[in-house]
Design a protein around this ligand. Structure first.
Ligand SMILES: [Zn+2]
Length: 112
C-alpha cells in the first residue's frame, strides 16, 4: 500500500472540488479516510503529519464549518469565494503532506 499514492488521490479530489467538478463527501470519499479511518482514525498520513486525528489541525475543520454555517446544503462543494479559498487551502495542505512524505522516502532510500 503506497501512502504517497493515496495522498495524491486526495490532492486530485480537492483539485476537482476547486474546479467545481465534484462535491466533498467527507469520510465517505476521502481517499485516506477510506483506508485509515474505520471508526478510530488510525495510521492516516494526515494524522501522522499533524499529530492529530480526525483531520484536526488541517484546513478541513474551517471548510466544514463554513459549509454548514454559510450554505447548509447536503452537498459540500464550492458555492462562494470563501469556499474556493478553503478548498484551495485544503488542496495545498494535501500537497504539503505529499511533498513531506516524498522527502522522507528519499531520505530513507539514501540510507540504504
Ligand atoms: Zn462558501
Amino acid at each position: 500500500m503506497d501512502k504517497i499514492k493515496i495522498m495524491e488521490s486526495s490532492v486530485q479530489k480537492w483539485e476537482k472540488i476547486i474546479a467545481g467538478e465534484r462535491s466533498d463527501g467527507g469520510v465517505i470519499d476521502c481517499p485516506p479516510c477510506r483506508i485509515f479511518y474505520g471508526l478510530i482514525c488510525f495510521g492516516c498520513p494526515i494524522a501522522a503529519y499533524t499529530g492529530k486525528k480526525f483531520c484536526k489541525g488541517t484546513p478541513y475543520g474551517e471548510w466544514h464549518h463554513h459549509q454548514i454555517e454559510a450554505h447548509d446544503k447536503i452537498r459540500k462543494k464550492v458555492y462562494c469565494s470563501e469556499c474556493l479559498r478553503l478548498a484551495t487551502e485544503m488542496r495545498d495542505f494535501m500537497i504539503e503532506i505529499v511533498e513531506h512524505m516524498k522527502a522522507e522516502r528519499d531520505a530513507a532510500q539514501k540510507e540504504d
